[in-house]
Write a protein that binds this ligand. Structure first.
Ligand code: FES
Length: 412
């Protein structure tokens, strides 16, 4: 059994990374399969060509972007692995582990303004433009032209954005009260951060807050909330959904926003290296049977770090005593104040997460900054629940927040 698998593969499949085969469990995400196979570096960042790899496992960091079956910039943490998938690294000049354009990091350690480099110098500016495009681009065009997708529109009583604990609790309450409710989530499986707590906790929560599966649209992004269009449905906002089948415009009477929270940014040198994961990402991996590494430094503590011990060899440090992450192309440990170097092959940090306030703000809701952005005042038809509303990650508190938002939506 590979060192990063907690259990033998049940439904083994084979994918390739830059032509080299690796094994995976059918249905796990492509990013999880890459981590399990110890293929951590999957791309280079635009411009400085720093190595990139999965860091959040929830579609929030773009570290896991790969070219998948000829399609560029696919978030591999949101795609279930299938036999024969062709994964290719992006933005690499050279090999996945040795990218020649990494030299920009040495020559321009404080950043590079490629837009103006040599601009205006006859001849050279044209050459420089070509180089700049190569350095700063993100992926290459797809192998084939895609086909136009369908579009659809539908009216519902309530739309719930997010199928994490608060979204499920809200949707369950709405459905129980007879509302025509639709839940959307960009992940291929429901549950959001709940999944990071393991199968048992997830199953128990789903049993307490049941939502008919046909009411949950997965791999579907709530891309924007727009003002009511009087000619179509007076008084109802329009929400644009990007679904696997195409665009869906939903016109709900009420919206419950439960998108959860972003991973907190960890502001220490080299925290962007592959092998550095948020605590939620590490817990999601472990819940799926994959360890983030064989020896892991865990910086800080939260609801997600608790479950790592016992599954993987863990060394704990306080978040604030880490001075830097060690490594050049992938994390090799941390430097701890007063203790020096602590070697590891993965680094997990429990930085405080940030509420996802963006959709609420786009709907016209006011937010305030209080060390983090939070909704300030409710909108009559848009209700925020869970971590997006500043609730701490506690299942009971999140469920209560979801139910309360559902009740406000029903009363509105
Ligand atoms: S976006 Fe996929 S790991 Fe962060």
């Amino acid at each position: 059994m590979p060192a990063r698998r907690l259990a033998p593969l049940v439904r083994p499949i084979t994918l390739t990374l830059d032509g080299a085969p690796f094994r995976a469990e059918a249905g796990e995400t492509v990013a999880s399969a890459l981590v399990a196979a110890d293929r951590l570096v999957v791309a280079r960042s635009p411009k400085l060509h720093r190595p990139r790899g999965p860091a959040c496992m929830v579609g929030g960091c773009d570290g896991c972007l790969v070219r998948l079956d000829g399609v560029p910039n696919v978030m591999s943490c949101l795609v279930p692995a299938e036999d024969g998938m062709r994964v290719e690294t992006q933005n690499v000049v050279g090999t996945r582990t040795t990218d020649l354009l990494r030299v920009t990091d040495w020559f321009f350690p404080h950043g590079i303004d490629h837009h103006h480099l040599l601009a205006g110098v006859p001849g050279l500016s044209t050459v420089m433009q070509g180089i700049a495009r190569r350095v700063a681009g993100l992926g290459a065009l797809p192998d084939a032209v895609g086909h136009p997708l369908a579009s659809d529109a539908r009216d519902v009583d309530a739309l719930v954005v997010g199928s994490g604990p608060s979204g499920l609790a809200a949707a369950s309450r709405l459905a129980a009260r007879g509302a025509d409710v639709l839940v959307v989530d960009d992940a291929p499986r429901p549950g959001g951060s709940l999944r990071a707590l393991g199968a048992e906790a997830s199953a128990a929560f789903h049993a307490r807050h049941p939502v008919p599966p046909e009411r949950v649209y997965l791999s579907t992004v709530a891309a924007g909330i727009y003002a009511p269009a009087p000619s179509r449905a007076p008084g109802r906002r329009e929400v644009l959904l990007a679904a696997p089948t195409g665009a869906i415009v939903v016109r709900p009477r009420a919206i419950v926003l439960a998108p959860g929270a972003h991973d907190g940014a960890w502001l220490v040198p080299n925290a962007d290296l592959p092998g550095v994961l948020s605590s939620r990402a590490a817990a999601l991996l472990v819940a799926g049977g994959v360890t983030p590494g064989e020896r892991v430094v865990v910086a800080g503590a939260d609801a997600f770090t608790a479950g790592l011990a016992g599954r993987v060899e863990v060394e704990r440090v306080r978040l604030e005593e880490v001075e830097a992450v060690l490594g050049s192309s992938r994390a090799g440990g941390v430097i701890v104040a007063g203790r020096g170097k602590l070697r590891a092959d993965a680094v997990v940090h429990a930085s405080p997460r940030e509420p996802r306030f963006e959709l609420f703000q786009q709907a016209g809701g006011a937010v305030r900054f209080d060390g983090r952005f939070l909704p300030e005042a409710a909108l009559p038809d848009v209700h925020v629940a869970g971590e997006a509303a500043g609730v701490a990650f506690d299942l009971d508190a999140l469920a209560e927040s979801g139910v309360a938002a559902a009740d406000r939506a029903l009363a509105g």
